[in-house]
Each structure stands twice: as structure tokens, then as C-alpha cells.
Design a protein around this ligand. Sequence first.
Ligand code: NAI
Ligand code: AKG
Length: 530
Amino acid sequence: MYKVLVSDPISDLGIQQLVEANDIIVDKNPGLTEDELVAIIGDYDALLVRSQTRVTAKIMEAGKKLKVVGRAGVGVDNIDLGAATERGIIVINAPDGNTITTCEHTFAMMMAVARHIPQAYMKTVGGTWDRKSFVGVELRNKTLGVLGMGRIGSEVAKRAKAFGMNIMGYDPFMTEERAEKIGIKLASVDDIVRAADFMTVHTPLTPETRHMIGKAQFEVMKPGMRIVNCARGGIIDEIALVEAIDQGIVAGAAFDVFEVEPPAEDHPFLKHPKIIVTPHLGASTIEAQENVAIDVSEQVLHILRNEPFMNAVNMPPIPANLQSKLQPYFTLGEKLGSFIAQSTEGAVQEIIVSYSGELAEVDTQPLTRYIVRGVLSHHLGQEQVNVVNSMHLAKLRDVNIVIQKSHASKDFTNLVTVALRTKKEEHIVAGTLLTGYGPRIVQIDKYPVDVTPEGNLILISHNDKPGIIGRVGTLLGNNDVNIATMQVGRQLEGGSAIMVLRVDKGTPKEVLLQLTSMPELNTAKEIILP
Ligand SMILES: NC(=O)C1=CN([C@@H]2O[C@H](COP(=O)(O)OP(=O)(O)OC[C@H]3O[C@@H](n4cnc5c(N)ncnc54)[C@H](O)[C@@H]3O)[C@@H](O)[C@H]2O)C=CC1
Ligand SMILES: O=C(O)CCC(=O)C(=O)O
């Protein structure tokens, strides 16, 4: 049974699939403090949050069983990603489910600031019929600057065109071709600031975007601009904005987000007649909350069940076409890593992975993570290492990872070779997927073999002498170790050779010692593959 803690208000319908899963127990416990979370998180395999819960390093440290933190929404700035990665906790978000809702909120804010709707409402319900103070402006024929042309920014631009606005957009990933295709003008921040009548920001908050609109931009801004922020507090410098409004540069602003949420009671936005605010409601519609909760619950289920998943924030995404190519190799890669770690003695210094055949033509980074996981988990424990933290843990331990690619693969469509160099020795294992047969180890050091990488194996290196196979069989039989399959590899008759035996259960240490005391036998190692 896996336990999932939901620590923010998340749509019931959205998490229904978790509640109904017979291998999952869901506890809903919103509004906990950090200390309260620390006290209980140790029981849980997954944590589901929106933006209120701050998932700190302390919480993750206490979450000994925690495998995944799911964010029902886009921004993950409430989650300590570094701490999650260090501990191998996968962080996923639901990037698509609230795009339209947030775009529509942006529009609501833009129209509200253009027509003073909140201010007019307050006066009207207060008993004053004032039609003079609230003369607004049209959107038609105005220029809208969109900073951040991702999911939400692009939808905003699309709708703004329908309102007859001219759009200037800035995004470091935006090309002239794409701008032309969606009918906007690609511009710099500076151009937008100088030319736009309305400006809306849709970037994440990063060191680069923090205060990207500040004093310097207000100084050159087109007078009368109206500004909307439904992305993240801090992209626009709040203090500089208030000054710019008071100086008559900015005509009005509409903010859904704040540098600190909730804002302090004396925050200058809250009493300013030209600033309208909402309490981070961008994603708050029934539809969006269902969408994001459904998306994130689905991925949490996949992760807990060890199935392929999407939308991990702390590891690079695997494109769908690549996922289908690489997925079959993940298990093989991890087994090769585990095999080589168990067969090589000494402190790991270097892992050299060679991809040949078709694999040499694709981005194999995701597969490398599995191989490194296989190597490290032998030393650090299966629970400690996963594909999120395997590369990070290797780096922390100064393990050098070398990737080699060769398009030619002599005997196989694809071949994955893993060499492990330690202070003491170096060994190699290579594997492939055989159509209709599954994963196979096809080479150990210089010896060609054909071994199914599973179960309890004994890897023996010996001198190729008549009778040795029989003597090994007899010794194991006398010790009640039953041999299921056996593979022998050698290069030259009478030279050095290896034997790989699959046995039905674990081999006691003293039996391995007895094997190595046989004169023709050099080493005998037990290798256990899941
Ligand atoms: N108010 C609310 O409730 C909600 C807020 N958001 C926030 O809205 C923002 C946008 O979300 P999405 O469109 O889904 O994200 P996205 O990832 O699709 O788009 C963000 C875009 O910003 C661009 N960008 C990054 N640095 C930039 C820079 N220095 N200058 C210009 N562009 C830059 C990126 O290239 C990307 O295209 C995020 O901050 C997200 O957290 C999202 C949903 C709800
Ligand atoms: O959960 C929420 O309502 C906040 C949404 C948000 O800011 C986001 O998805 O980035």
C-alpha cells in the first residue's frame, strides 16, 4: 500500500483516481505548518500540493519514504527542487491544465483595469452613482506587450488579437518564424516597454526575470501604460511600480500575484486607487482545478507503480518519440549497471557507457541515468538512488561518467556497453535486446556470452581446463546449490575463461570461498539481479 498526503485544497474529482486505487491510501490534511508536516511526512510515499504548502528541505529530509511531490499547477517555486533532487524525490507538475483559465483571468484583469470595474463596483455598492471618475480605454487598436510567450502568454496573444490589439511579444525561445506564424511582432523588452499600451507578464520567476520590469524600465516607459501580472510576484518590482503610478507613468495595474503571499496588511497595492488585485486566483476555476488534479494524480500513480511518467520538473523531459525507443532499454541499462558494480571490486572512479547501433543516433541521457542508478544502487542501496538523483549522486562522489557513441554495431541492432573503472580493476559488460527474447548480456570482459540478466548468478573466472565445469557443478551440488543454466565463455582453448551460472537461490559465502580455493579458479562472485 502506498500512502499519499494531500496538503492543500485540491479538487476531489481530480484525485478520485487515487482515492479509488486499491493500492493507495489518500489522506487529506490541508493547512499544516512546516513542523506538523515534518512530524507526519515520514509515513507517506507521495505528497500532493498546490501553491500554499512550502515543501522545504526539512520536510523532504523527514520524508524518508517520499518518492514524489506532485504540484497541481505550473509553478514549483514553493518546492525546494535542489533538496528533492538530492534525495531522489521526483517533483512533477501539471503544466497544461490551468493554461486557459489563467489566460482568461489575465483578460479579466486587463479589462477590469481598462474599465476600472472593481473601483466602480465599490463606489456603486457604497451608494455613490459616479459615472465621471471611471472613464476607461478600449483595447481595440492598442498595443499589448507580452513578456513570456509560453503556454499562457501565447493564449493571451491569441485572444488579444480577437480584440483588435496589436501584439508585441518577447521570449528567449521565440523565433521570427513562430512570431510570424501566430501573427505577433517579435520585440525586445526595451521595445515593448517603450511602445506598448498594455503589458502582461507570463514568465516563471527566475533570477533573470526577477524585477525584469523595474526602475530602469519605468523611466523609459510609454506614459499611460497599464500592466498586468498573473504570473509570479517579483517579475515586476512592486515598489518601483507604485512610484511609476504615482509619477503618472503607469495608468493602472492589475496583480494576481505578490512578491510575498499573502501580502502584508500595509502593502502599498492594497489601498492604491489605481491598482486592482486578486488573491492568486489565476488558476482558480472548477475546470482548471479538476484538470491539474487529474493530471498530477495520474502521474503520481505511475511513479508509485514504477511505470513511465511525464512532467518531472527535476529531470529533463523525455520526448514521446524517444520514450518509446528508450523505454525497453531502461531495465537492461539498470541491470548492466548493477551487474558491473557487483562484478568489479574497489572504489568506483569512472563509468564508461558506449552506445552503438541505432542508439547512437538518439539522446541517450535518460538511459544513462538508469545505468548509473544500477551502478550506484549496489553501493548506496536501492532505496537511495533513482533516476532523478543518480547523476547528481555520481557527481557528488566524483565518479566520472564518459559517454561514447558509435554508429556501427557489428552483431546487434543496438548494443549498450558499460565499463566500470575502480581503483582496483576495470571490467566490461555489454547487453542488448533480442527481438522475441528480451534483454541479454552478450559480452563480459572480452568473452562473448548469452546470459539472461535476472536472478541469482555466479560469475566465475577460471582457466580453461578439462573437468573444471564438472568440479564446479559437483561442489555446488554438494552444497545444495542447484544450477538452472550455465554459460561458458573463452577466447582460446586452454586460456582464461569465464562461467556464468544461474542458480535457484542465493549462494552462501563459504561456498563461494570453496569455489575460489579450487586451483584452476581465479574468482567467484555472486551477482543478484532483480
Ligand atoms: N496566477 C496563477 O494562478 C498562475 C500562474 N502561473 C504562472 O504563469 C507563468 C507562465 O506559465 P506558463 O505559460 O504555463 O509557463 P510556460 O513555461 O509555458 O511559459 C513561460 C515562458 O516564459 C519564457 N521565459 C523565461 N524566461 C524569460 C525571460 N527572461 N523573458 C521572457 N520570457 C521568458 C519561457 O521561455 C517560456 O516560454 C508561470 O510563472 C506560472 O507559474 C501559471 C498558472 C496559474
Ligand atoms: O494552485 C494554484 O491555484 C496556483 C496556480 C499557479 O500559480 C501555478 O500553477 O503556477
